[in-house]
Write a protein that binds this ligand. Sequence first.
Ligand code: ZN
Length: 434
Amino acid sequence: MSSITSAATASRRFRLARNACFLLVFLASPTPAAGQSETIAFTGASVIDPGTAGVLSNATVVVRDGVIVSVEEGGEAPAAARAIDLGGRFLVPGLIDAHVHIGTLEAARRALQSGVTTARSMGAGFFADVGLRELFRHGELEGPEILAAGYHVRPRPAEGLFLDEPGLGDLLGRDVRGPEAMGRVARAMLDRGVDFVKVNATERAGLPETDPRKPFFTEDELSALVAEAAEGGVPVAAHAHGDRGGRAAVAAGVRSIEHGTYLRDETLRLMRERGTYLVPTIAVVSDLTVPGGDYDDPVLQVRGRHMLPRVRETAAAAHALGVPIVAATDTGYGSESVLRMSHELIEFTGIGISEIEAIRAATTVAAELLGIADRTGRVAPGFEADLLVLDRNPLDDIGQYQDVLFVMSDGTIALDRLDFRADAIGGRRVPDAD
Ligand SMILES: [Zn+2]
């Protein structure tokens, strides 16, 4: 076993080293995608940078080669720049959706056009999320930056995992149990280049025959998974609704708990101590309660009505205790999906989280969870030009995120409806916008 382990470790180290080399080359000679080489200057912008407090009025923000180069009060567009006058509209960082199940180009585009410039995949079949990440990373196709997790680790993994990784075939007929099997599954994920390992610490909520309170793994099993993932420099995110499974995952050292519906205060206190993030995905529970959307099942509608007040209470208690909270949709951005990040932000303000904290939960705090806070989530020089334009001040009305007017991702314009309101009524702005 040790020789197999060391061979696997060596091959992983080689892969990581190779990726690191590639990254250095990529950084040293940036080849910007179409649109990125142009200098763009937003003028007349009301800037909200979640890294600071308040609004910077009448600001000029200059973007070049996919990066924000300056943010100045007043200021002027450089002569060679293409100026975009925002006329006082609000320039905010692109949203980070910390829990998605995007598996197609079309879904990725839908997310991007709703203002999501970065998405953490929390499970996708056939490592589609790794593929999407690579396609978008090189700027050949338009999509949000993706952090990938591959398959859920659970006692009965999806069949596709064994088609992708036939070396795990002996686990197909029996449950994935015990530290050794957990380590092997983690290594398979690392070898496919994931950014996070996603484990189901409890059963799912979104199937009529499951009980989301039921724990799946022991703390020892979860610890083995966390340790193996850490060998490859990759953190673990744990899906957990019930307290027992959630607590075992926190004790095992996962970086985030996804959902956390039934977590007790004592588990929340442990999360604060350990610095574990909570991604409560409240809006997706509200989607359970109504027909249509991602879930459409009478049993789940009843269950959702039981879960919704609890997940709201847990998220509010976690926030009050100082647990870092992160916004996410838990949607696949499918053609039937009604969930967007704006729903979760509205849920957050509904449980007493302030507007600026809600925005941070979808930008700076989310970026910390994802390990990318040094490069995205802010409107500040040196950060990626991941930017949105909103018509009015989201600090007064978080619902502004339901009507994103403009999306830029890494300096490339992905959506531009800035002229929409003026054009729609022959040059005059609609009364609502005055
Ligand atoms: Zn999910």
